[in-house]
Design a protein around this ligand. Structure first.
Ligand code: BES
Ligand code: ZN
Ligand code: ZN
Length: 494
């Protein structure tokens, strides 16, 4: 979708979009248009409530198929987030009306928000909500596809808005990469093809991409990661992405992603119904990939390591069994009790590796780790666990700004004890079903070295949305890219 910002109104468009505030004046149409629109608004009893939309078809006076009037509510109550919501709703409306081009005329005087920020944020919502994964649709394309091809914003502060949106566009591109990866079918996206995409996408941006294969992982002693991939004909991979945008002496921060390209559960097989969804069990890795892309694209002033552990969890004659004992790279041993608790197995070796090799001061890992977090928090919050006090506050605050919210969950020694094994250092699940997300987090915590600040984000309920949200059409959300980009921008760049 082409989005431009201009100071002057242009030629004919399929739709004109205008705004009405409850406490504002209608002074932004040309005269004839204004009278006609005013009358339609009165007839429809449209008062300009925040987010309300009135679509007026084919007024003779306006030389356009639709005028879309969008309510802003009271100007003083408007927040930056509201503009994203409006943009997101607007693109849906325009597509429903089959508009191909639209002109958004924005001339209201805002109270507490800079116009360029507001407009750029609105454009971001439009763009994010126009995402479709339709590359395999050979039929019925017309009804499903976005029709909207170009949007022209008419604003006084066009150059400033253009500049703001330039950065947003980089973030959006990264979110789309993440969504594409998460949406991709598991016969197409598996560890090797995923690693190849990472190299292709990120190397040109100056990120150093290294792919470790089975032989390397064996040499490093990553028995846990290897145990997950051993039932699959697809070889597991560990990919590191190094971006150096900070000063030489600036410490690395690391982002680690679970990349199970398909999770059948292995020998502890999952039920059949809904299993196709487990293609998105690599969402953590996809978020890390997208995040690295935006950080490099906008030349973030930080030294950042991205690392993804990629494996396919399959049942087969060579698959790991419940009862198997494996040695992790850290030297700690794990008794496998459930082969469906494989996320922590791939992550623990990746976590250890990144600490040994890159000595990061901070680590944030992302994983579609547990069903329990979906039960606890639904699809409103990702669960967060941390060994630090400040890091969670920073992450929560960054998340609020972009509408990707986190809820901190507890760690407790009792749940650490719950993963002790009688024959190895630990087992890969807790006792019963109690506090399943916390026992999983404690498993990871056993692989965090002294002095390292760590947060674990369980995004199982957020990576895929069944009900559309602001800026997120149904399907892969890309949850985490915007949040972590903000976190880096606000708290890690010097
Ligand atoms: N990939 C799943 C978790 C998941 C569930 C992600 C729902 C997205 C939506 C994970 O590997 C898993 O199977 N976890 C088990 C752990 C259990 C065996 C201790 C779970 O949560 O049931
Ligand atoms: Zn699993
Ligand atoms: Zn899984």
């Amino acid at each position: 979708m082409k989005i431009t910002f201009e100071a002057k109104s242009g030629h004919k468009q399929d739709a004109f979009v205008v705004f009405v505030a409850e406490d504002g004046k209608l002074d932004f149409f040309d005269k004839k248009m204004k009278v006609a629109v005013k009358r339609s608004m009165q007839a429809a009893a449209f008062s300009g409530k925040k987010g309300a939309i009135l679509a007026i078809p084919g007024l003779a006076e306006t030389n356009t198929s639709y005028i879309i009037v969008v309510g802003l509510g009271k100007l003083q109550d408007l927040k930056l987030n509201d503009f994203e919501k409006i943009g997101s709703a607007l693109v849906k409306e325009l597509n429903a009306r089959k508009a191909v081009s639209a002109q958004v005329i924005f001339c209201d005087k805002l109270k507490n928000i800079a116009e360029d920020e507001a407009v750029s944020r609105m454009a971001t919502g439009m763009l994010l909500n126009s995402y479709r994964f339709d590359k395999y649709m050979t039929k019925k394309l017309k009804e499903k596809k976005s029709t909207l091809k170009s949007v022209r914003f008419i604003v006084k502060s066009a150059p400033a808005a253009r500049k703001k949106f330039d950065t947003s566009r980089k973030v959006t591109d990264a979110v789309f990469l993440t969504r594409d990866l998460v949406s991709e079918a598991p016969n197409i996206l598996y560890p090797k093809s995923f690693a190849d995409i990472i190299r292709r996408e990120l190397s040109p941006l100056g990120i150093e991409v290294k792919i470790l294969n089975r032989k390397d992982l064996k040499k490093l002693g990553m028995g846990a990661l290897l145990s997950v991939g051993q039932g699959s004909v697809r070889e597991e991979k560990l990919v590191t992405m190094q971006y150096r945008g900070g000063k030489k002496n600036q410490k690395n921060i690391a982002f680690v992603g679970k990349g199970v390209t398909f999770d059948t559960g292995g020998i502890s097989l999952k039920p059949g119904a809904g299993m196709e969804k487990m293609k998105y069990d690599m969402a953590g890795a996809a978020v890390v990939t997208g995040l690295m892309k935006v950080l490099a694209a906008r030349r973030a002033k930080a030294n950042v390591i991205g690392i993804v552990a990629l494996a396919e969890n399959m049942p087969s004659g060579s698959a790991a069994r419940p009862g198997d004992i494996v040695k992790t790279m850290s030297g700690q041993t794990v008794e496998i009790h459930n082969t469906d608790a494989e996320g922590r197995m791939v992550l623990c070796d990746a976590l250890w590796y990144v600490q040994e090799k890159f000595k990061p001061s901070h680590i944030v890992d992302l994983a579609t780790l547990t069903g329990s977090i979906v039960i606890a928090l639904g699809s409103e919050y990702a669960g967060m666990f941390s060994n630090d006090e400040q890091l969670p506050l920073h992450l929560i605050s960054a998340g609020k700004e972009v509408g990707e919210e986190l809820w901190q969950m507890p760690l407790n020694e009792v749940w650490d004890k719950a993963i002790d094994s009688t024959v190895a250092d630990m087992k890969n699940i807790g006792g019963g079903r109690e506090a399943g997300s916390s026992t999983a987090a404690h498993f990871l915590k056993r692989f965090i070295q002294k002095g390292v600040t760590w947060a674990h984000l369980d995004i199982a309920g957020m990576a895929w949305v069944n009900k559309e949200r602001t800026s997120v059409p149904k399907g892969a959300s890309g949850f985490g890219v915007r949040l972590l980009d903000r976190y880096v921008a606000e708290y890690c760049e010097k």
